[in-house]
Design a protein. Structure first.
Length: 154
């Protein structure tokens, strides 16, 4: 699928394989990503990304890592969508909303930047240094958290 994000209305995001998704993000402009993340497909895109986290989790790398990661993904209207990733016992569970207090790390990021981050097209440190990614909590863990997942490439 070579659909650009603004053409994603009516597209079942769950049917797009990770490499196709990464390629779509790579070819999109910031404006197209902003439109996709403020339109009717935002919830479906975010839900699908977090639903797939367990599939892309690298238990061999995580080993005995236990962590709760909170994600605050900003929208164009000033609101955010909150997701939680729980890593424990060699497994990963990701879901909408915060069920655990005291996350090891909280990432606050805009929608387009989040899409670029999870598709491997922008590095977390670069987003952090430019102020587009805010990190609260364990900064050392934050620098290695991406290694716990296989990031699909275009």
């Amino acid at each position: 699928m070579n659909a650009e994000p603004q053409d994603m209305q009516g597209v079942d995001v769950s049917q797009i394989d990770p490499e196709q998704f990464a390629a779509t993000i790579a070819s999109a402009t910031d404006e197209q990503l902003a439109e996709a993340m403020s339109g009717p497909t935002r919830d479906q895109i975010l839900d699908e990304i977090f639903n797939r986290m367990a599939t892309h989790f690298r238990a061999d790398v995580a080993r005995d890592t236990d962590a709760v990661i909170h994600w605050r993904i900003g929208g164009g209207d000033g609101a955010s969508d909150d997701f939680e990733t729980v890593i424990a016992g060699g497994k990963c569970d990701a879901h909408r909303g915060f069920e655990h207090e005291g996350a090891r790390v909280t990432f606050t990021i805009g929608g387009p930047e989040f899409l670029r981050l999870v598709s491997g097209h922008t590095a977390g440190p670069m987003l952090f240094m430019s102020g587009k990614l805010k990190i609260e909590g364990d900064l050392i863990f934050a620098t290695t958290a991406a290694n716990l997942f296989e990031i699909p490439k275009a």
